[in-house]
Design a protein around this ligand. Structure first.
Ligand SMILES: [Zn+2]
Length: 392
């Protein structure tokens, strides 16, 4: 059925005018159906964005990754309007936010407006009708088990180079229009959506920061590394909330302009700079992919200097193995109540102020860590980690 809940809602007043036209089956049907639809829409909106998102996720077309067909995808490119698996989401992020803006169904907090945008784009089936309208026979769509290379190749052709659009939108398509598989069904996805996407979402920004800068770094440094970047195997994602710093070191005359750099393997992301503050509150979430070898998460605090190199204000290293293991273990269990899973115990050998307790709350594995900054005279940094293993 093509009628969206939205159109019924908007056209409700017009439909009432039909009452003058006498009784018809359609009218009877509308009289009985309309109040239900109306109240259903209200109920639907009252569920809140997260529940609405989950119900979208359950729609037939969205139960498989739009790009590789993996079951139960938990990631969304909300600028393209597709539900994708975590492996494909890595490729989407690597293309940059001008192509695809990725959010997690579970980890990110969605707004009703973002869900509305997603609803408008129509879901996996509609979007694939456009972006895979004309896939040449020599191109194979990746499978859930495909290598990162195959996956990346297909996804970039599909969304970045737009090679499979219907032939009147894509002059390089090797098939004449009559052979296009979905002749009448293109143009479902309005290109304006690219510009209309809200860009102030914190995680979205974090992705732009991390991947945008990464692309930039590659351009300036090793070119060969760029092609390899898409081939690194990731075992999961880590969301780092940089909460606050306390009693940080003075680097300017009386104060500092601190920011935090997080590095994991070859990736790095930065928080914003907070001016003139030795007790800055960032409360900023940044996302990093966890490479296969699971390197330690490096945390470095700098003082932003406009005219000279930024000054060092301390550093710390975090072992993310325990968190990742807890997340993997919990994934298989069906425990719903909150509980403490383990901790990273503060000792003289590490830089913890107190034990870094790993907890499970509402199905999310989190660890709060208070770090004594090293190689600096003073300063404590509080961060919160959340981990998603690759299988999600
Ligand atoms: Zn996939």
């Amino acid at each position: 059925m093509e009628i969206s809940v939205d159109s019924i809602h908007n056209d409700g007043s017009d439909i009432k005018d039909v009452s003058g036209a006498g009784s018809s089956c359609l009218y009877d049907l509308l009289c009985s159906e309309m109040p239900t639809m109306e109240s259903q829409r209200e109920k639907w909106m009252a569920y809140g964005p997260q529940k609405r998102l989950e119900s979208l996720m359950c729609q037939a077309g969205n139960k498989l990754c739009a790009d590789c067909g993996a079951p139960e995808p938990k990631w969304v490119s909300y600028s393209l309007g597709v539900f994708i698996c975590i492996k494909c989401s890595g490729v989407h992020r690597s293309m940059g936010v001008h192509i695809s803006k990725v959010l997690s169904v579970k980890l990110d907090e969605w707004t009703n407006e973002q869900v509305d945008e997603l609803v408008k784009l129509g879901g996996n089936t509609v979007v694939n009708t456009k972006y895979e309208a004309c896939v040449p026979s020599y191109i194979r769509k990746p499978k859930p088990t495909s290598s990162n290379e195959e996956r990346s190749d297909f996804i970039r052709r599909k969304y970045e180079h737009l090679q499979f659009l219907h032939s009147d939108e894509n002059l390089s398509c090797p098939f004449p229009p009559s052979q296009g598989r979905h002749h009448h069904h293109h143009h479902h996805v309005d290109k304006k959506h690219y510009d209309k996407q809200p860009t102030k979402h914190r995680i979205g920004l974090a992705f732009r920061n991390s991947w945008g800068r990464k692309d930039c770094d590659h351009k300036h440094s090793k070119k060969s590394h760029h092609s390899l970047a898409g081939m690194v195997e990731f075992v999961g994602l880590i969301k780092v909330n940089v909460v606050k710093g306390t009693n940080l070191a003075v680097r300017d005359v009386r104060t500092s302009d601190p920011y935090v750099l997080l590095a994991l393997g070859h990736q790095s992301v930065k928080t914003r700079v907070i001016k003139n503050n030795l007790n800055p509150v960032w409360n900023e979430s940044l996302m990093l992919s966890i490479p296969e070898n699971i390197p330690p998460l490096k945390v470095i605090v700098y003082d932003k200097d406009t005219f000279t190199t930024d000054d060092f204000m301390g550093e710390a290293e975090i072992d993310i193995h325990p968190l990742l293991q807890a997340a993997k273990a919990c994934e298989k269990s069906t425990i719903n109540e909150s509980l403490q899973l383990g901790s990273w115990v503060a000792t003289g050998d590490n830089n913890l102020v107190r034990d870094g307790i790993i907890s499970l709350e509402e199905g999310r594995i989190r660890q709060f860590i208070s770090l004594k900054l090293q190689n600096v005279e003073r300063g404590v940094l509080e961060i919160e980690l959340e981990c998603l293993p690759l299988t999600q």
